[in-house]
Structure formats: C-alpha cells, structure tokens
Design a binder for this molecule. Structure first.
Ligand code: PBG
Length: 324
C-alpha cells in the first residue's frame, strides 16, 4: 500500500516550493523607522541596536535617498529631543521649527514621493519620559489628547502623509481626526497604534531616544500583555474614531492578536517589530548562535502570514536588500 496523498511532492524543489508559497514579503510591505538628532554630519550607532543609527538632518537626506533606491516607500520618523527642550506639557512637540517638523520637510525635499509617517506621542518631549502630561503622579488623559491633536496638525502642516499616535490615550484618534478635518487636512491619514502593549521589548528604543519613563511604568495606558479581547476593543474603537490603518505592537509575541484583528477589521493592519525584537536577533547572531538573515526573514514572513499588511521594522533595509 502507498500513501494516498504525498504532501512532500509540493516541497520537492525550490521551483515547486515558490510556486505554492502562500506568503511573501515585498519591499512595499515595509515601513522603515528612522531616528533623527540635531547637529551636522552625525551618524551615531545606538548601543543596544547594533547597525542602527541616529542621523542628523544632512545625513538623513542621504539615508532616505538610499532607502528609496532600494524600493522602500515609507518611513516612520522619531526624534531625539535635547534635554533642555523637554517639559511636562511637551511644548516643543508643536514647535513649527522643531526637529520633527524640519525632519519631515527634509525627507520630502530629498524624496518627494516617500510616504512620511510621524510618531505622535509626548515621551521624547516629556521631562518625565511619559506619553502624557503628568499631574499628581498620574497621566492626564484629556489634557494630553488636546496637545496630541495639535502635534498631529503640526506634522500635517510640515508635510506628513500619515500621523501615527503611539501614546494609547483614550479618544486621541477622534481628537486628531477632528482637528485635521477642521483645519482642512482631509488627506492626512492616521495610522493608529491601536493594540500597543506595555512591553519589555521597547528597552533599546528608549535608549535610542533617551525617553525611558522617569518614574513608574506605562501600564496605566499601554495594554496588559495578558489580554486579547481588549486588543480587539481598542482597535475597533480606533477605527470608529477615524483611524485609516491600525497597528499591533510588538510583533512576534503578539501574532495571535494580529490574526484576530486581521479577521475582525477591514482596514490595513500594520505590525511593529520593535527594538527588542531587533536587538535579540542581532545579539544572538553576533554570538554565532543564530543565522541572522535566515531568522530575520523567517520572523518577517511569520508576521506577514499572521495577517500584517504592513511591517514597521528596523530590518526593512537589510530585508529588502536580500529579497530583491
Ligand atoms: C513612543 C514609542 C515607543 C515605541 C514607539 N513609539 C516607546 C514606548 O512606548 O515606550 C517603541 C518602539 C520600539 O521599541 O521599537 N510612544
């Protein structure tokens, strides 16, 4: 007797495997995060993110041109704010000549068709390192959403295509959308960090921006990693409030959530493969314990398979070099 079905037949060689492959990553899946600093001719490696850098505006120009030539079509901007410009209200966040606003213009000048997405949250601007205004040791929700809306508007005025609120305050999508509409920015999109968990995987990012919380943690606004239903609730609410793209963050530990959300919504779903996920692969492969490129592509493909339409990843550049 022979087996009736031989599943291995479709795995015989790479030509067959590629013919029946269900999911593939392509350059237009990616959003490349970029860290920007003040100064001239600055390209600083982030200690806990080997191979990843903060760029001053002059070198940012070079970098985005290279990303564009590799086929990448969107960047997500973060700025490292000088210590003397930080305060509790994050006032610098809405400075029309602030580093973010100049960074947006720099990218648009260098690569006019590159989609510019911007982080909207107070933490890099906050003297407390929190995503919201602090009062009595608490994070004040409604005061924060008011300034987040101003921040979103300020990015839109500077030329951002999408603003990306990563703060997890309640009602911020509605506030930002409303202000953008009133001010005539009908085409500026919102990519909402909808299901953002209070994760320990953000450590290297906070080194990159020097934005670690000065007291306490972010558990009163970011989600409990134990929760699943809540992720769907958060995401559906953000869509009702006007989000064009929703996001799950981090990636790898939350792929069940990605699939649940993909099945529950009809807007594009983005996944953020965060700094700690990047650092783990870099560290283990530096030690020779993992095959860097293979593990990187496996994880990115798994994120796609789980249901991601877009992947924000520090591997964007390395990955597109390998797949094209
Ligand atoms: C800021 C923000 C964070 C990340 C993206 N936007 C840090 C945080 O919430 O503490 C993390 C990204 C990463 O780890 O790569 N609100």
């Amino acid at each position: 007797m022979y087996p009736l079905r031989r599943n291995r037949r479709l795995r015989t060689n790479e030509s067959i495997r590629s013919m029946v492959r269900e999911n593939m990553i392509t350059p237009n899946d990616f959003i490349a995060p970029l860290f920007v600093v003040e100064g001239k001719d600055v390209k600083e490696e982030i200690a806990s993110m080997p191979g990843y850098y903060r760029y001053s505006l002059d070198l940012l120009t070079k970098e985005v041109k290279e990303l564009w030539s590799l086929g990448l079509r969107s960047v997500l901007l973060f700025v490292k704010v000088p210590e003397n410009l930080k305060d509790n209200a994050g006032t610098e966040a809405i400075n029309p000549d602030g580093l973010m606003q100049r960074a947006i213009k720099t990218v648009k000048d260098a690569t006019p068709e590159m989609l510019v997405m911007t982080d909207v949250a107070l933490d890099p601007y906050s003297s407390y390192g929190h995503d919201g205004i602090v009062g009595d040791g608490k994070i004040l929700n409604d005061d924060t959403t008011a300034i987040l809306a101003e921040m979103g508007l300020s990015h839109a005025k500077a030329g951002a295509d999408f603003v990306a609120p990563s703060d997890m305050m309640d009602g911020r999508i509605f506030e930002i959308r409303s202000l953008l509409e009133v001010e005539g920015f009908h085409d500026t999109g919102i990519m909402s960090y909808s299901a953002k968990y209070a994760s320990a995987f953000y450590g290297p990012f906070r080194d990159a921006l020097d934005s670690a919380p000065g007291f306490g943690d972010k558990k009163t606004y970011q989600m409990d990693p134990a929760n699943r239903e809540e992720a769907i609730k958060e995401t559906l609410m953000d869509i009702e409030e006007g989000a064009d793209i929703v996001m799950v963050k981090p990636g790898l530990c939350y792929l069940d959530i990605v699939r649940d959300i993909k099945n529950a919504v009809n807007v594009p779903v983005a996944v953020y493969q965060v700094s700690g996920e990047y650092a783990m692969i870099k560290a283990a492969s530096e030690k020779g314990w993992l095959d860097h490129d293979a593990v990187m592509l496996e994880q990115l493909t798994a994120i796609k398979r789980a249901g991601a339409n877009l992947i924000a990843s520090y591997f964007a550049k390395e990955a597109v070099k390998l797949i094209s």
